[in-house]
Design a protein around this ligand. Structure first.
Ligand code: PMP
Ligand code: GLU
Length: 398
């Protein structure tokens, strides 16, 4: 007898990024030399001073339940960070710390979205946004941002998509999967539209804030009238190479923070105690490590963009942040190597994996059928070799 699962689970797709990474690990375990550019996480180890703080936290017996929204010292460190780096004033009770920015995004969606509410998601988008909206019984509504527009939506597109059912916009800048970064001026343009629609909230996913090659990070929350309706999501995963520690946070209007606290109190409790103390150190100590890693990502970005532009049929934007490249590969759709036909970007990514031994993710999962995503959070040598393999593999497609 088969088990009848919930409708909720049945309407979800598994995470394509995590699935591809898993597939790549399996092939590696079989002894195949795979270059994994599928999952998005820094390849650096967590800096030593942060690890030392965590070791001390264990000895200091940070081993019990933490308060549900996180330790006061961490929430205070986040308040200081928002003030010093973003010029935004928050109080500690507006900060809720969670098990990674992923839970922070999900909490905010669960706290605000009800059955039938529409959530506007610019496409290409991070794979989990629409799935989380579906989990909350909401309806994802996509606005397409094309490569020609540097994958950014315009105020006109936003306004044309807002209806009386719109509850929320999810904006990610720097963006996963495109690396696009909205300027302050572009944020002001979106804010001008949003000011007309007082019931629309915005999740500002700023998890890639510090992996930015423009020198300017613009937060929608800094635009007039927006802070009251923005939920900033950020965390330590990407800036401090701490993906496994699972610490993210929201900074939000107090009612929304309280709602997320209530959800989290029933669902997961406060996040890992030791990781929180490590995060306090990440925020309060010198930020030199962040800049060092940012510089390495920028160098690799320049390298991968240059190499990818040499591949016939690829169209490439110049990402301004994050550590992803999202080339258009639709030139190869309908072509074959004699064994299989490439019909879409998922087929293309699978072909690269099987033929080129490079793991990437098809754009379909990110709402962009014409492109595919590579994470360049890997060594220069891996980037050079991966692009060489891809070039060789696509040359066989006729
Ligand atoms: N938002 C975006 C856009 C991401 O790429 C990620 C990385 N998975 C997250 C949120 C979640 O980050 P975390 O690892 O802190 O849960
Ligand atoms: N942010 C990463 C990615 O997009 C991590 C994987 C995930 O959480 O989906 O690949």
């Amino acid at each position: 007898m088969s088990i009848i699962l919930s409708d909720r689970v049945k309407r979800l797709s598994p995470s394509a990024t995590l699935a591809m990474s898993q597939r790549s690990s399996e092939l590696k375990a079989q002894g195949i030399d795979i270059i994994n550019m599928s999952v998005g996480e820094p390849d650096f180890n967590t800096p030593d001073h942060i690890k030392a703080a965590a070791k001390k936290a264990v000895d200091d017996n940070y081993t019990r339940y933490s308060p549900v929204p996180g330790y006061p010292e961490l929430r205070k460190a986040i308040v200081n960070k928002l003030k010093n780096e973003n010029n935004l004033e928050y109080t500690t009770d507006q900060i809720i710390v969670s098990n990674g920015a992923k839970q922070s995004v999900c909490n905010a969606i669960m706290a605000l979205v009800s059955n039938g509410d529409e959530v506007i998601i610019p496409a290409p988008y991070w794979v989990s946004y629409p799935q989380m909206v579906l989990m909350a019984d909401g309806t994802p509504v996509f606005v397409e941002a094309k490569i020609e527009a540097d994958f950014k939506i315009t105020p006109e597109q936003l306004e044309a998509t807002i209806t009386d059912k719109t509850k929320m916009l999810i904006l990610c800048s720097p963006c996963n999967p495109t690396g696009s970064v909205y300027t302050q001026k572009e944020m002001e343009g979106l804010a001008e539209v949003l000011r007309k629609y007082q019931n629309v909230y915005v999740i500002c996913d700023e998890i890639y804030e510090h992996i930015n090659y423009t020198g300017e990070h613009a937060s929608l929350a800094s635009c007039e009238g927006m802070k009251e309706r923005c939920i900033i999501v950020n965390g330590v995963s990407k800036a401090y190479a701490m993906t496994g520690w699972r610490i993210g946070y929201i900074a939000a209007p107090i009612e929304i923070a309280k709602a997320c606290n209530k959800l989290q109190g029933q669902y997961t409790s406060g996040p890992c105690s030791v990781s929180q103390i490590a995060a306090v150190e990440a925020y309060n100590a010198s930020q030199d490590c962040v800049e060092e890693m940012r510089k390495a990502f920028e160098r690799r970005k320049n390298l991968i963009v240059k190499l990818c532009k040499e591949i016939p049929g690829f169209e490439v934007n110049d990402p301004k942040g994050a550590f992803y490249l999202f080339p258009k590969c639709s030139y190869y759709f309908g072509k074959t190597d004699g064994k299989r036909v490439i019909n879409n970007s998922t087929d293309f990514a699978m072909y690269l994996l099987e033929e080129g031994h490079v793991a990437a993710v098809g754009g379909d999962a990110f709402g962009s059928a014409e492109c595919f995503r590579m994470s360049y959070a890997t060594s220069d040598e891996n980037i050079i070799e991966a692009i060489r393999r891809i070039k060789e593999a696509v040359a066989k497609l006729k």
